[in-house]
Ligand binder design. Structure first.
Ligand SMILES: [Zn+2]
Length: 268
């Protein structure tokens, strides 16, 4: 836990009411926000306020950082933490945001001088996470993910899942879990699901999870996280064991949440 200074600072941050314009951005851009109940919404809004106040957002390649960029990224990052301790991203200071999908980091850009991205290679990425930060996100891809949860792709969930995974030292597809029993079930379920995806992907079979998750265990966890928040109902139906393990880690029942929301809409 952090000390009294941080607690005091956060109390100060939360003295300001959540801006109405930010709430509009959440309602319009962040699909999962609509699924949350009243308490979860206010919890998420508080996390968003603190996240935005504490982290630095840097626009790269002349991208100007707007409230929309800050709020969408902060909200999706914090959705992962709705059932977890709030301060799991404390080592993360900076989020670098690029405008479009293909990035070739120019060597003269200061922010890259200490980054592992330095080099002559050209990169085509939609995001990247480093153990103690920064997290790099491509705004184009973030917007696509926010608007189209049905695609199962969300680069913010993906990169922040990597960040959670790396907190215990290595990116190995297992974040810090809550109990020994959870580690045991995790290893069993994730191994089976990972090998099945690998098997199907190698044979060109259509798979529920994006075959990119077959690359390694870390990517599998990041991809599974995207689906857990984007397509929970379908995940629960088709990959129930995997869904249950993720629900146990994130301490959220995303499928029940989405179903509640859809029933409510249906009744209206
Ligand atoms: Zn990844």
């Amino acid at each position: 836990m952090f000390g009294w200074l941080k607690k005091h600072q956060r109390r100060e941050i939360l003295q300001t009411p959540f801006p109405a314009a930010w709430r509009e951005i959440l309602a319009e851009m962040v699909t999962h926000y609509s699924f949350l109940n009243v308490d979860e919404k206010s919890h998420l809004e508080q996390m968003v306020q603190v996240f935005i106040a504490e982290k630095r957002f840097e626009g790269c390649n002349e991208l100007e950082i707007t409230d929309e960029i800050r709020v969408v990224i902060a909200a999706e990052a914090c959705i992962l933490l709705v059932g977890l301790p709030h301060d799991l991203y404390r080592e993360l200071m900076t989020i670098l945001v690029y405008p479009s999908t293909v990035v070739t980091p120019p060597p003269q850009v200061g922010v890259f001088t200490q980054s592992p991205l330095l080099g002559q290679q050209r990169f085509a990425i939609s995001g990247q996470a480093f153990k103690r930060g920064p997290i790099i996100l491509i705004w184009d891809a973030v917007q696509r993910g926010a608007r189209h949860p049905e695609s199962g792709h969300n680069v913010v969930y993906h990169e922040f899942a990597h960040f959670l995974d790396m907190r215990d030292g290595v990116a190995n597809g297992t974040p810090e879990l809550h109990s020994r029993e959870q580690y045991r079930i995790w290893a069993q379920v994730f191994s089976e699901e990972f090998l099945a995806l690998r098997h199907d992907a190698a044979r060109g079979k259509k798979t529920f999870l994006d075959p990119y998750g077959a690359k390694n265990e870390a990517e599998f966890f990041a991809v599974a996280t995207e689906y857990f928040f984007d397509k929970p109902v379908k995940m629960q139906k088709t990959h129930q064991a995997l869904y249950d393990v993720l629900a146990g880690f994130y301490r959220q029942d995303t499928a029940a949440r989405e179903q509640r929301y859809r029933q409510k809409c249906h009744r209206k």
